[in-house]
Design a binder for this molecule. Sequence first.
Ligand code: GDP
Length: 361
Amino acid sequence: DAVEGAEADEADGLRTPIVAVLGHVDHGKTTLLDTIRGSAVSEGEAGAITQHIGATAVPLETVSEMAGDLVDPTDFDLPGLLFIDTPGHHSFTTLRSRGGALADIAVVVVDVNDGFQPQTIEALEILQRTGTPFVVAANKIDTTPGWNPNDGAPIQATYEQQSEGARGRLDENLYEIIGDLSDEGFSADLYWRVQNFTKNVGVVPLSAITSEGVPDLLAVLMGLSQRYMKEQMAIDVTGPGAGTVLEVKDERGFGATVDVVLYDGSIRADDEIVVGGVDGPIVTEVRALLQPRPNAEIRVEKRFDKVDEVRAAAGIKVAAPELDDAMAGAPIRVIRDRDRADVIEEVEAELAEIQVSTEEE
Ligand code: GDP
């Protein structure tokens, strides 16, 4: 019955790009994710599943509703965006996929008044090292002295309605951010002036509180993915899956479970899997695939819905025996029709890589 994740795109097999949010503490990463999640839930049509384990899926129709005139859904064939819910670069660096970054694209959040801070620079270095494309969200524009908020408006619409003084103060802060990016070696500009996003970093002024400019951010992420990542997104969404463990958690009635972001293929409720563990690969069998129950009440015992299959990209909780020693950041692979020894070897190789890179840090 229930198949979650990239169900609409079976024909062309394009998966959802995975988006991570990074930036200095208190610059607004969590608030931005909450805002996107909140609007996705309220705009989402009935049936459009948005809450995943460890991630929020924003389907294309929802992106287009949130972005208004900025996104014409007929221009896109990617199914939407999957935001990883755990912000910050610690989670970004520990979340890998086959040696690269788990996220396909990143948002670096910078407080427009506070400007670049140590963790901003760290985030940029990590993105450069991993070759991850990114945009900069110049957040908290609503705190510009004299700012008149227009909730949910695209940036240019709200900008035009501000006083000259407020506009000037915002411009000054934005140019400072563009200058700081340039000092770090990135040629950057306000996103609507960027012609080639492989050469220039786009800056999106926004407010995570008033949602001004959030339509622009979604439009830019969608546009960038469609333009530059389509090939990367073309996968066999029904093939044996590959993912990364976000967290290992005990759940009442299920024992140790792993929260996973699946970035390739599919996972089914009767699959045999290999999961990276503290003492090496764990070979086990899926007992249940679990998704959070929408609007679960605290009193309701069952917090999860069981699903039969999930397709990339998606967040999913996997219940299986023997997961106590599973490791956050480790790979998870579906065996299905593949050679078991090959899959175990792959997981072993990736675990070795994780060890090397943690020692480097
Ligand atoms: P994080 O540490 O990067 O996740 O930052 P948070 O999302 O926790 O935000 C830190 C503080 O800044 C909180 O008090 C937020 O309410 C506030 N904040 C975040 N975004 C905005 C914004 O766009 N405008 C205003 N006025 N406050 C914001």
